[in-house]
Design a protein around this ligand. Structure first.
Ligand code: 26Q
Length: 811
């Protein structure tokens, strides 16, 4: 926490500006003003950061390292101001200098180093660890290009590279003196030294891993943890151009390019695995650099390697950083000289793993040949892990060959990352109750039988500091006035808000705040998409990655159905609605891209049909990202969480919406179940097949999409509309969607759930008309959202998995 008054802030700011840009403030551009503010705030944070690191080194507290291929931080300025406690001073001070803080904040590029849920979860966790005084740090890759920028041209998604470092990045600090060398390729020479076999890596290609550190500031507690992102560079003496002959010169350039490509770009697929060698290089690159630097730091401060697991926890975010297991083994065996048994015990106790998906197509596996030539020593270690583990399996399950080959780490010419992660960690968790149950009973049942005590659930959460305090200041103000500000440190206290829901003046204010947030969103929609929408209409929102299992198609089909109904009956009595979509499709995912195009064409048709325009509008907002989510979520009435049951591991936007007083329309999937349990059946709209029904269909068949088509005229009509030229001159345009539903029998039960989805939407329409009841429902959702703060989640990780001390209790 930084203490200062407005006057000294203003003085410091004006000085900073002058010093940085050499001109007077009033002559500066907004970009320059943003840079000066960022730099000033960074200076404030730096002192806290230094103090925190000193404290950690002195006290020897257990350090947690969260390894993740993705950290989807978004913008940092607003958060930093909030957390160091000078946001108001800064806002007022700047206003006196005729500067609008919000305008400067909007100039910051999003740090978009993630695809979606998994990356944003990592960012929320960093915020919570810092705010709960937990020494917890992030380790990942500093991609030169983050998640692509999405443009919509002629209704279609076009990908533009995300050059987020274009204007520099005030938050990061390059630490060349803490670089590490990561070794690829080459050969392993086995030698006997003092009676012990040693493994010497020769002829390898070295890559320099340079860390860029970003401080992660806790909420008003004087703590700043570290997010360390690694950048790949050529080792300088490997390409000393002047000393090369022409042939070597070209080779040197090739080497440099291939090295730099490692941290060049984030893979934009989030649910489909492809065995690309570059992705494997990325994984080993940051994992190896990260573990080497952890051990180096640990030893420098006098750590005893046999106590590593007492002092350090390494958490892997999905299987992407699983090579942390053999890499830690390599260091303990080859560099520290430990016996296998000791190294293995320490590794298993140090590492823990979270699973985020049960989609079979997302499971990581690597071809042995590729793996072996890229990482020869790591491969040997995995072979030995597998050999010992299979021995254990043989003795536990004699004669059960099929089971053992199913469970093995190496099989079918491939290395399977999930089994490796399970065997090498002491804890495996799912991210919501249903998800964990499915892992235990179905997807990982063999492993659960073998290691029942390793499995546990940690339902996801979101940081209420960004997703309530920062993004919805008006609601925060109302909460502070009614229940006090205790909920900021103890989010469960939001429950007290329920006591105020019989007070009509509170409900009036709640409605007014929602309306103002909708006005703000309407303005942004107009600026970005050039569509005018009525803030008095229901804002019905689905924003997330575009994926068949998330069923944006079902949402779009019900809009097409409603449109048909309105044309048939212009007097149809519905409350006006605005349907808002946003989200990116993986560039190679044709069906998802086709869905975006369909939504845009439906939007075009409806928005230009004056017969229905006072009733419905459809908007697809371009380039969904963290900062846009912060604008959309506070202005939402209805939150669409409509995945096919069993497919969404948890979902986290569902939590953000409820915290901002939206009503959820949901299947009983992922964390929607916990949300329902919290708010009760009357404050959420549930529809669709339940998990048992879905699993039963997958197991035994018996579902016919064609039957649905033939027996339900509404379905028949909207499906015909996909291919009759209504939404596109080219009748084949949306054929892939049509075929997926009919020819391929609707894998995600869109048609099966359609009727109950429409009924759920009718219910919403009726509920919305009873203003008071609606406002109360919103209030109940807000009051019960505290449990979904990531502070709760992190406390559970800390006490249940990492064994770290939690200094302030929030439960
Ligand atoms: C794997 C291999 C090769 C290339 C890419 C990938 C890859 C990358 C990202 C696979 C998966 C992801 C991301 C997955 C993800 O975001 N899952 C979501 O995680 C959230 C946080 O737990 C959950 O709330 C969501 O339900 C889940 O879909």
């Amino acid at each position: 926490m930084v203490t200062m008054d407005k006057k000294s802030f203003k003085k410091a700011y004006v000085n900073k500006f002058l010093e940085m840009h050499g001109i007077e403030l009033k002559e500066g551009t907004n970009q320059q003003k943003y840079e000066a503010l960022g730099s000033l705030v960074r200076d404030y944070v730096t002192r806290t950061w230094l103090r925190t690191n000193k404290k950690y080194n002195k006290t020897g507290e257990k350090q947690v390292y969260y390894f993740s291929m993705e950290f989807l931080l978004g913008r940092l300025l607003g958060d930093a101001l909030l957390n160091i406690g000078i946001r108001d001073i800064c806002k007022e001070g700047l206003a006196e200098l005729n500067i609008d803080l919000q305008e400067l904040e909007n100039l910051e590029e999003d740090q978009g180093l993630g695809n979606g849920g998994l990356g944003r979860l990592a960012a929320c966790f960093l915020d919570s660890m810092a705010s709960l005084n937990i020494p917890g740090h992030g380790c990942g890759i500093r991609y030169k290009y983050g998640f692509f920028e999405q443009k919509i041209i002629d209704g279609k998604q076009v990908e533009v590279s995300d050059d987020w470092l274009r204007h520099g990045n005030v938050w990061e600090r390059r630490n060349s003196n803490k670089a590490e060398i990561v070794r690829f390729g080459g050969d392993i020479k086995v030698e006997e030294r003092n009676g012990r076999l040693t493994f010497v890596h020769v002829n390898y290609a070295p890559v320099l891993a340079v860390p860029y550190d970003t401080p992660i500031v806790g909420y008003k507690n004087g703590i700043a943890n570290t997010l360390r992102l690694w950048s790949a560079e050529a080792v300088s003496n490997e390409f000393d151009f002047s000393s090369f002959s022409r042939g070597d010169f070209l080779k040197a350039i090739e080497y440099k390019n291939s090295v730099e490509s490692i941290s060049q770009v984030l893979y934009p697929e989030d649910s489909f695995y492809e065995g690309k060698i570059l992705r494997l290089k990325q994984q080993y690159f940051f994992v190896s650099a990260g573990i080497q630097s952890i051990i180096r730091h640990f030893k420098k401060h006098g750590g005893n390697i046999f106590e590593l697991d007492d002092k350090i926890s390494i958490h892997i975010n999905d299987t992407h950083p699983t090579l942390a297991i053999p890499e830690l083994m390599r260091i303990l065996l080859d560099e520290e000289g430990l016996a296998w048994e000791d190294a293995w015990r320490i590794t298993e106790k140090t590492i823990s793993y979270t699973n985020h998906t049960i989609l079979a197509e997302a499971l990581e596996k690597w071809p042995i040949d590729m793996f072996k030539s890229l990482l020869p020593r790591i491969y040997m270690i995995i072979e030995e892990i597998n050999r010992r583990y299979c021995e254990e399996l043989w003795s536990k399950f004699p004669g059960q060959e099929n089971k053992i080959s199913r469970m093995a780490i190496i099989g079918n010419g491939q290395i399977r990352m999930a089994p490796l992660a399970i065997v090498g960690s002491h804890s495996i968790n799912g991210v919501a109750k249903l998800h964990t149950e499915i892992l235990k009973k179905k997807e990982m049942s063999d492993f659960y039988y073998l290691y029942p005590n390793k499995f546990n659930n940690k339902t996801n959460g979101i940081t209420h500091r960004r997703w309530l305090l920062k993004s919805n200041p008006k609601l925060t103000q109302l909460l502070c006035e009614t229940i006090g500000d205790g909920f900021i440190k103890h989010p469960l206290d939001l429950q007290n808000f329920e006591n105020h829901l019989n007070d009509t003046s509170v409900l009036d204010r709640l409605a007014k705040i929602k309306f103002e947030n909708k006005q703000k969103l309407a303005k942004i929609i107009f600026q970005n998409q050039n569509i005018s929408v009525d803030p008095k209409s229901i804002f019905d929102v689905q924003v997330k990655r575009i994926h068949a299992y998330k069923r944006q198609t079902m949402n779009c089909l019900r809009i097409m159905d409603l449109y048909n109904k309105l044309i048939d009956n212009p007097n149809l009595d519905i409350h006006p609605r605005t349907f808002i979509f946003a989200g990116k499709a993986a560039p190679g995912y044709y069906l998802a891209k086709n869905t975006i195009e369909l939504i845009n064409n439906v939007a075009d048709k409806i928005n230009n049909d004056s017969r229905v325009n006072d009733k419905i509008k459809v908007v697809f907002m371009e380039n969904y990202r963290v900062s846009l989510a912060e604008d959309i979520i506070p202005g939402t009435d209805v939150s669409e969480q409509i995945s096919t049951t069993t497919k969404e591991a948890s979902g986290t936007s569902n939590m953000k919406f409820m915290m901002n007083g939206a009503i959820t329309v949901a299947t009983l999937d992922g964390a929607n179940i916990e949300i329902k349990d919290e708010v009760g059946d009357d404050n959420i709209i549930i529809f669709g097949l339940n998990a048992d029904e879905v699993l039963n269909y997958y197991r035994n068949g018996g579902y016919s999409a064609l039957e649905m088509y033939n027996n339900d005229l509404r379905i028949k009509n909207v499906l015909n509309d996909l291919i009759n030229g209504k939404y596109h001159n080219d009748r084949d345009r949306f054929k892939s969607i049509y075929e997926n539903l009919i020819t391929y029998n609707d894998e995600f039960f869109v048609l099966k759930d359609f009727d109950s989805y429409l009924k759920a939407q009718d219910k919403i329409d009726k509920l919305y008309r009873n203003k008071r009841e609606w406002q109360k429902m919103c209030g109940v959702n807000i009051a019960h959202s505290g449990i979904f703060s990531s502070d709760r989640t992190i406390e559970q990780y800390a006490t249940g998995i990492w064994g770290s001390e939690v200094l302030y209790k929030n439960l």
